[in-house]
Design a protein around this ligand. Structure first.
Ligand SMILES: [Mg+2]
Length: 285
């Protein structure tokens, strides 16, 4: 994209979606409570908020509920109210309610999955009790054992679709990549059931529309920034939003250059401060 066209796109952005791990913070587990803010990130978020744009943080982590992640972000100086932190469980709750109404679902995960669904009014079945379920929802379940496997497989064999929070192979965490639990389970279940799964987190259209609705802006006036080409940049490109790769996590400039035309980010930055500076300059240009 030409520099002129890029500043025009940036000047038109009314809402921003920030990835968490590798973009705002690094912690020891996905969207963890022991995070460190990446350099310049707190200042950049504050400056963009002060410019009047709407902001949400959207992590594909489903190990913790949004309000806990929001608390951790606020402790680091990021001004995100609880309702402006999104996870795939928030999207899953919307999807399940829209598609299946009050029918029970079988959900696997810790509080970041089951509490979020229950709070949104989704009826949850108990694994193994034989209740017919409308869908199986898989998230970050570190205690996914054989009885759970059997219950999930039986539900899918009986026709329930399989939804997964994220199938990202890894998350950017302090000093290492953390292997993704949700995608690991979903891939195994898909293998056993001989059918595919649907991702509700980034980069899905479902995730993009939940983010745009929360921001209250049309997708073409939304900017998505994150460290993973296959998640944040892919989601942005899919809906005509501005996709920005930040190099403080899993993907590098070289990865961005190697991406196929149409899947490249509109912009690559090394810090959020760099993005904020460009955006604030484009707004006044
Ligand atoms: Mg990330």
């Amino acid at each position: 994209m030409s520099d002129d066209r890029l500043s025009e796109r940036l000047a038109g952005v009314e809402g921003l979606v920030f990835d968490v791990d590798g973009c705002l913070i690094l912690s020891s587990q996905p969207a963890g409570h022991d995070g460190t803010a990446l350099p310049g990130a707190v200042e950049a978020v504050a400056a963009l908020r002060a410019s009047g744009r709407r902001l949400v943080a959207f992590t594909n982590a489903s190990n913790r509920p949004p309000r806990r992640i929001a608390e951790s972000l606020r402790e680091l100086g990021f001004d995100f109210p609880d309702e402006d932190v999104l996870t795939p469980s928030v999207v899953a709750a919307d999807v399940v309610r829209q598609r299946f109404g009050d029918a029970p679902v079988l959900a696997f995960g810790a509080t970041g999955v089951v509490d979020v669904l229950a709070k949104a009014g989704v009826r949850l079945a108990t694994p193994g009790d034989g209740t017919a379920v409308a869908a199986v929802v898989v998230g970050w379940d570190t205690a996914f054992d054989q009885p759970k496997l059997q219950a999930a497989a039986e539900a899918i064999w009986a026709g329930a679709p399989l939804l997964v929070t994220s199938d990202a192979p890894a998350f950017a965490t302090k000093g290492r990549r953390t292997a993704g639990v949700s995608g690991f389970i979903a891939t195994g279940l898909a293998h056993i059931a001989g059918q595919t799964y649907e991702v509700v987190g980034k980069p899905s259209l479902l995730a993009a529309s939940t983010a745009a609705a929360r921001l209250g802006v049309p997708p073409e006036r939304m900017l998505v920034v994150g460290d993973d080409l296959s998640l944040e940049v892919a989601m942005a490109r899919r809906v005509g939003a501005v996709g920005v790769l930040i190099t403080t996590g899993v993907c590098s400039r070289t990865d961005a250059d190697a991406a196929a035309e149409g899947q490249r980010p509109h912009l690559v930055v090394d810090s959020l401060l760099e993005l904020a500076t460009l955006m604030l300059a484009s707004a006044t240009a």
